[in-house]
Structure formats: C-alpha cells, structure tokens
Design a protein around this ligand. Structure first.
Ligand code: S6P
Ligand code: ZN
Length: 192
C-alpha cells in the first residue's frame, strides 16, 4: 500500500444543531466527571466535597465521529464543558499538550462563555476569551484547557491534525500558571 492509499477514504458529512451545540449521531462519547479531575483544582477538599455530596457531577463531554489518527487527516469534535465551581474555581478541562507538539488546533465557540488558557513549557501563559461566534487559535507547542465562567455549558467545535494525539502527563506534572475563579459574580484570575 502506498502512503496515498493509506489516506484514501470516502467523503462524509456530519450534522450539528448549532443552537444547542450538539453533534448529531456521534460515534464516540467521552465523559469526564468530578472524580476524573483529581489534582487539577486548587482545593482538593472542595473537589472531594463535590464528589461525595453532589453525586460526582458531570464535568465535561467530548463527542466525535473519528477519522484515522494520521498526518494529513483532520480530527474534529464537540467539547461541552458544564458550568460550575469547585470551591470558587471555575469548572475546566484537564488540559493537554499535543503528543506531536508542533500541531495547532482551532476552537470555534458555539455556546457559553469562558476562556481558553494556553501555556508553553517555558511557563508563558495566555488567556483568550471564548464566547459564541469567537474562534480561538491554539498555535503549535501551546498546552490548552477550556474554562467555563458562565452559567450555561461552554460548547466548542475543535479541529486539529489527525496525528496530534494528547499528552496529559506533562500538564499533570506542571499544572497551568494561572487559575480562574468566580467571586461575588466577578471573574478573578490569579497566578499560582
Ligand atoms: C483535542 C481538543 C479537545 C479536548 C476536550 C477535552 O485536541 O483539545 O477535544 O480534548 O476539550 O479536554 P481535555 O483537556 O480533557 O482533552
Ligand atoms: Zn488539543
């Protein structure tokens, strides 16, 4: 088989409800609950409280109709992050670098309000506002995590190279340099 034959496949289409931000008939559905987020929030006690007393609530979901994980393909998905607080820290995704670090990603926000937090391995940190109709470009080498500061789900359509992969291990070790809180209805950003 030549490299071209390996990439050959039939074209296809997928339907979305742009009002709700839902991908209709996804093939994969990844679910993360509060208990999957250990070690990511400032207050582990508040996270445990949520797990035990609020029935381990849903944190975020990823919906996809996957394509082969190969260079030349474009992977895409819907990322849906629930609103909520761990103590006073806004719900967020784990965050990751790409396993192939020189791969970028596009997030188109369909619903909700929040931030894309991005960091380099040198500790540079940037926050880009996410709101309906805004696209955020995550350049190569930047780890990224979404943060929901609103009262409804933060939903984005993401596109990234098929061979990018997810590297969660480095972020688990390093963390992100900043945190986002909601205090008295106001968004507060703090350095760690
Ligand atoms: C994949 C893309 C998103 C995230 C999703 C969940 O490259 O960035 O689909 O996977 O938002 O976040 P995380 O950090 O748990 O992968
Ligand atoms: Zn990514």
């Amino acid at each position: 088989m030549t490299p071209i034959d390996k990439l050959k496949m039939e074209p296809f289409g997928v339907n979305f409800d742009l009002e709700t931000g839902e991908m209709l008939n996804p093939k994969n559905h990844l679910v993360r609950r509060a208990s999957d987020m250990k070690g990511h929030y400032k207050s582990e006690a508040s996270l445990n409280e949520l797990i035990q007393n609020q029935n381990n609530p849903l944190h975020y979901e990823v919906f996809e109709v996957p394509v082969p994980e190969k260079s030349g393909q474009l992977m895409y998905c819907i990322s849906k992050l629930q609103p909520g607080l761990v103590g006073d820290e806004c719900f967020m995704t784990k965050g990751h670098y790409h396993t192939v670090p020189e791969t970028a990603e596009i997030y188109l926000c369909l619903r909700g309000e929040g931030f894309m937090m991005m960091k380099t391995s040198d500790g540079e940190c940037r926050l880009e506002k996410m709101t309906r109709g805004r696209m955020v470009y995550v350049p190569p080498f930047w780890a990224h995590r979404s943060i929901n500061t609103g009262s409804e789900a933060l939903i984005s359509f993401c596109v990234y190279p098929g061979n990018a992969g997810h590297n969660y291990g480095d972020i688990e070790k390093e963390g992100f340099p900043e945190r986002v809180f909601l205090r008295n209805g106001k968004v507060v950003i703090e350095k760690r």
